[in-house]
Design a protein around this ligand. Sequence first.
Ligand SMILES: NC(=O)C1=CN([C@@H]2O[C@H](COP(=O)(O)OP(=O)(O)OC[C@H]3O[C@@H](n4cnc5c(N)ncnc54)[C@H](OP(=O)(O)O)[C@@H]3O)[C@@H](O)[C@H]2O)C=CC1
Ligand SMILES: CC(=O)[C@@H](O)[C@H](O)COP(=O)(O)O
Ligand SMILES: [Mn+2]
Length: 355
Amino acid sequence: MILLGSTGSIGVNTLNIARKFNLEVEVLVAGRNIQLLNQQIKEFKPKIVVIDRAEDIPLVNHNNVSFGENAILKAIEESKTSTVVNALVGFLGLRPTLKAIECGKKVALANKESLVVAGKFIDQTNLKPIDSEHFGLWYLLQNKKIDSMLITASGGSFRDYPLEKLQNVSIKEALSHPNWSMGNKITIDSATMTNKMFELMEAAWLFDIRKLDAIIETKSLIHAFINFSDGSTTAHIANTSMQLPIAYAILGSCDEQILKPVDLVEVANLEFKKIETSRYPIWEIKDEILNNLDLGVVLNAANEVAVAKFLNSEIGFLDIPKITLNAINKFNNVKPTSIDEIFEIDKEVRNYCES
Ligand SMILES: NC(=O)C1=CN([C@@H]2O[C@H](COP(=O)(O)OP(=O)(O)OC[C@H]3O[C@@H](n4cnc5c(N)ncnc54)[C@H](OP(=O)(O)O)[C@@H]3O)[C@@H](O)[C@H]2O)C=CC1
Ligand SMILES: CC(=O)[C@@H](O)[C@H](O)COP(=O)(O)O
Ligand SMILES: [Mn+2]
């Protein structure tokens, strides 16, 4: 496989699956965690390595190392392996997704931002999502008439925090997710509920449905529900590990045990809650977004700027939704008709939010 983002949370879990199933790793792409990358190189012996910065090349224990976005695209083009796992974070993942599709590779896609910003230009023929809720929805699909789909949210780091103190939370508090161990950006997106907004858009593109919603399930043991037209509902239950979605996205199917099954007696009780706009202001635009998926590129660009500012201590936590809601208000007429326009809009929104 070609693994983009090998040193991240999804990347490390992907290598756990590669180790378990003895899968070949032809290309490793990482950012700045060279220490972990060197360990991965030693174990998986890739032919090609790509990193973020030229100055780190001498630190990498490999004789074929290059850097930057063009090198990632070239590695995808030149490698023989037919599967690309895209575990890069943010808009940065879009060009590699498009390149992998153009090269006829199968794409195991954790980089949900690719679908959020450019879903209508992405050919899904060879695409498998790596996201627990969408894996759950896919797992529940059967040949029956569907009424609606529902995904779950943990509620994020501040689901029980006093509302009046939210503006002044620390970065450390914001990065402590109640159930999942993930990268910084998605952990902040969970706390603001923007991750769930992205996931509704992701589900809309993947399953071609708009009757979609989300609710909080505080243990993240149920990932998805499907309501069928006959009045019955099915639920996907699995312990909190991304290894099952990753294994299916890469292998197609899997009969070996990947996770310990959920022990319902041990779980004893589950708690469900409505997503309140008082705690998660982004939820105010849920219907607007689901009715106009073109807004994904605006929401994503504004959110990336806002999350970076928060993690850089430039703004408070509640300024994140202020920035995104303001951008949606300002750019609510966008109608991208090509992938080039996606890149133009992304740039324009970033410039606006930075100023
Ligand atoms: N974590 C999870 O459980 C889930 C994640 N996702 C999605 O998967 C994607 C990855 O998330 P996650 O693994 O948590 O994120 P992480 O932040 O943990 O990992 C991101 C990876 O991308 C690499 N990277 C960042 N910038 C660059 C760059 N400029 N060039 C090359 N590599 C770069 C990082 O390298 P380095 O660390 O070396 O700098 C790291 O390997 C996101 O889109 C997220 O929304 C979806 C569902 C669940
Ligand atoms: C593991 C996974 O799929 C994440 O996207 C997870 O859903 C994030 O947690 P939240 O439910 O808090 O957004
Ligand atoms: Mn998810």
